[in-house]
Design a protein. Structure first.
Length: 308
């Protein structure tokens, strides 16, 4: 088994077939076919379905390992280059949407200033999707909602964020002439984050502690879509505070609620493997930005030894 075999297999998967793989790698199809066939003989398994060009079940298992090998090779080159100068290489950071809105521009500017040889790639997504990409080796770091229930991921809390309630201006809750309670909220169906997400669990735990249950009008796996629907007046929703900037006017209003909890946002990385010098540098910059800038973002609260 050699790298050419693994690269040929990966090219077939990524480009959807042998012909496309040969075109993308600037070689002839027979070379690609030969390398993949040799890999299959060594593993005693069919890795590519010749009718579809897609990986078989065995091929999917091999694919995960091959991508990790590819990432490690890129990391090796990045680390060696970094020893000869400033940190360099590609660093892929996944950031949940509402946090990415304010963090990504600052991170890009700071890396361009302090580590110009690092190429930053930012991926936007839900905590669940970013964690999967982190585990698959597609991302080096994640800024996600905590907790993360996976023993293969290590996390570090960065800040707490207020939960806020928004809804249509003509909703009965918006017309209450006082701060509404959790019991008031529990009377109405809500636009909610998808079941099983950290944000949804935090909201459910808050209501459960008060002896209440929430009712869902709609469940949405994507915080930006959830916030967008709320700000367009489709229903009452609980969203993170950073979802609100930029939404001025329109058919919605913020509804003051007593007893709301906060969500926790933190850094996530793979427990196994050694991060590149560039990834370690990027993590330090993220922590520095949070420490310096988070207190200026409405609704965010730094985590100290006192706050936990």
């Amino acid at each position: 088994m050699d790298l050419r075999q693994l690269q040929a297999f990966l090219a077939v998967v990524d480009h959807g077939g042998f012909t496309a793989a040969a075109r993308a790698t600037h070689t002839v199809q027979s070379n690609v076919s030969t390398h993949v066939a040799r890999l299959e003989r060594e593993l005693d398994a069919v890795l590519i379905d010749r009718a579809t060009g897609r990986p078989t079940q065995e091929g999917e298992a091999v694919l995960l390992r091959v991508r990790r090998i590819q990432n490690e090779l890129a990391s090796l080159e990045s680390d060696v280059s970094s020893l000869r100068g400033s940190p360099r290489g590609v660093v892929r950071v996944g950031i949940i949407g509402t946090t990415a809105r304010w963090l990504a521009p600052i991170l890009a500017d700071e890396l361009a200033r302090s580590a110009p040889d690092i190429q930053l790639v930012v991926a936007d997504g839900t905590t669940r999707s970013l964690n999967l990409r982190l585990l698959d080796g597609e991302l080096d770091l994640g800024v996600v909602a905590l907790p993360v229930d996976d023993t293969e991921v290590t996390t570090f809390p960065l800040f707490h964020e207020d939960h806020i309630v928004v809804g249509p201006k003509d909703h009965p809750l918006a017309r209450i002439d006082r701060e509404v309670t959790l019991a008031d909220l529990a009377r109405y169906p809500l636009l909610l984050a998808a079941p099983g997400t950290p944000f949804r669990r935090e909201v459910e735990d808050t209501f459960r502690a008060a002896g209440l249950r929430i009712k869902a009008r709609m469940e949405i796996d994507g915080m930006r879509l959830l916030a967008s629907l709320a700000f367009q007046g489709f229903g009452v929703s609980i969203v993170p505070a950073t979802a609100a900037p930029g939404w001025i006017g329109g058919p919605w209003t913020r509804i003051p609620v007593s007893g709301m909890s906060r969500r926790t946002v933190g850094l996530a990385s793979r427990r196994r493997g050694m991060p590149t010098v560039a990834a370690q540098t990027t993590e330090r910059v993220v922590r520095q930005i949070i420490a310096e800038r988070a207190p200026d973002v409405p609704g965010l609260h730094l985590i100290t030894s006192e706050t936990g």
